[in-house]
Design a binder for this molecule. Structure first.
Ligand code: S3P
Length: 417
């Protein structure tokens, strides 16, 4: 059995920095993901006057400025490649009543921001977007009013932007989601004394004069662990055991799908850590069959679909994914990128408007993958390339720095042969 410790959860790391910065008093954060995206959040918070220390320390000690302590930045907020930084911090800036300009790299600048501009404007903020609806975006906060928002898209980033705007502006907000999405913001706010109630698909945040400081042990990222569960499923490593991985039900869909496809995946020693369930995730090979991934499953595995597509290329029969149109507006158009790259290496795949179909085979796969600078495309095809008999090269392996800077070292260590 190979053991591995995957880096801290990206979603939780962003939120841990934001909530520590906005808290009253000192928060300690351990296990933070040190990646380009999280560095973008740290940089944005610093530009708004929060004292975020160097992220390389084992334990970050963060003195919060409080819900009303942020100041208007004198420079544009550089969000790099990070959608989570942009959308959640837009909510914070709107609530804080300050004005800021958000910028990002070419990929982020093309991603849709109207989904957060609309609710923030309904609350009374002003959001200026270019005609294409991406970045640069200027958010001008003000005295916001509470809202009830019926979200058309299942998006934890949209939900979190609204919750954070309500929190910082001290007004009630209610978000109705079309499908349940990851609930890290709700859990972390509750752990810091905020009244957040969840009933079915409704989330309600009531005004709260302050946010308590809170210590946090960030669990390992299930989205990173999924790559090694996929590698083990494909027989590219012996069984792999990954300690301290977050197993929040909003994030574990890929493990269930791998199990359904015939792989061995189990959670051992499930326990609660800082309001989040964590476990040792153990994964091993099996005889893989194609499966159908349904729209209701998509939010719990949205970031893992490139990996599942690569695993499907080696499974018997067809794998069909629908209801995943959101993949077209991630760091790249992941439907187009997955299908084009699978074809480029000799696999059979086709696009659907809101998903894809992959027909598996056991013939060797070889060729060059175009990542479009998308970390999850790089890692998914990196896994497929680590399986014996395949020969896959990537145009830009370094783009994994966005979420998993040590991915290639870990892959080299655990792969067979
Ligand atoms: C995230 C939510 C998801 C996910 C992203 C991280 C978050 O995005 O794809 O990687 O931390 O809230 P959407 O909210 O756009 O679905």
């Amino acid at each position: 059995m190979t053991t591995l410790r995957v880096p801290g959860d990206k979603s939780i790391s962003h939120r841990a920095l934001m909530l520590a910065a906005l808290g009253r008093g000192t928060s300690r954060v351990r296990g933070l993901l040190r990646s380009a995206d999280v560095r973008s959040t740290a940089g944005v918070l610093r530009a708004l006057g929060a004292a975020i220390p160097d992220l390389d320390a084992t334990e970050l000690v963060i003195a919060g400025v409080g819900l009303r302590g942020l100041r208007a930045p004198t420079i544009a907020l550089d969000c790099g490649n990070s959608g989570t930084t942009t959308r959640l911090m837009a909510g914070v800036v709107a609530g804080a009543g300050i004005s800021a300009r958000f910028e990002g790299d070419a990929s982020l600048s093309a991603r849709p921001m109207r989904r957060i501009a609309a609710p923030l404007e309904a609350m009374g903020a002003r959001v200026d977007l270019p005609a294409h609806g991406g970045l640069p975006m200027t958010v001008q906060g003000g005295a916001l009013r509470g809202i009830t928002w019926h979200a058309e898209i299942a998006s934890a980033q949209v939900k979190s932007a609204i919750l954070l705007a309500g929190l910082v502006a001290n007004v009630p907000v209610e978000v109705h989601e079309p499908a349940a999405t990851r609930d890290h913001t709700e859990r972390m706010l509750r752990a810091r004394g905020v009244d957040v109630r969840v009933e079915g698909l409704d989330v309600v945040l009531l005004p709260s004069a302050r946010l308590e400081a809170g210590d946090m042990d960030v669990p390992g990222d299930p989205s990173s662990a999924a790559f090694f569960a996929g590698l083990a499923a494909l027989g590219g490593t012996a069984a792999v055991s990954m300690e301290n991985v977050g197993v929040n039900p909003g994030r574990t869909g890929a493990f269930q799908v791998l199990r359904r496809m015939g792989a061995m995946v189990r959670f051992e020693g499930v326990m609660e850590q800082g309001g989040e369930p964590v476990a040792t995730v153990v994964a091993g090979p099996g005889v893989l069959r194609g499966t159908r991934i349904t729209p209701d499953e998509v939010p719990s595995l949205i970031d893992e679909l490139p990996l599942l597509a690569c695993v499907a290329a080696r499974a018997e029969g067809e794998t069909r994914v629908t209801g995943a149109g959101e993949l077209r507006v991630k760091e790249s158009d992941r439907i187009a990128a997955v299908v084009a790259n699978l074809r480029a290496i000799g696999a059979e795949a086709e696009e659907l408007p809101d998903g894809f179909v992959v027909r598996g085979s056991d013939r060797p796969l070889a060729g060059r993958v175009i990542t479009h600078g998308d970390h999850r495309i790089a890692m998914a095809f990196g896994v497929l390339g680590a399986v014996a008999g395949n020969a896959i090269t990537l145009d830009d392996p370094s783009c994994v720095d966005v979420s998993y800077p040590t991915f290639w070292d870990d892959l080299a260590r655990v792969r067979l042969g």
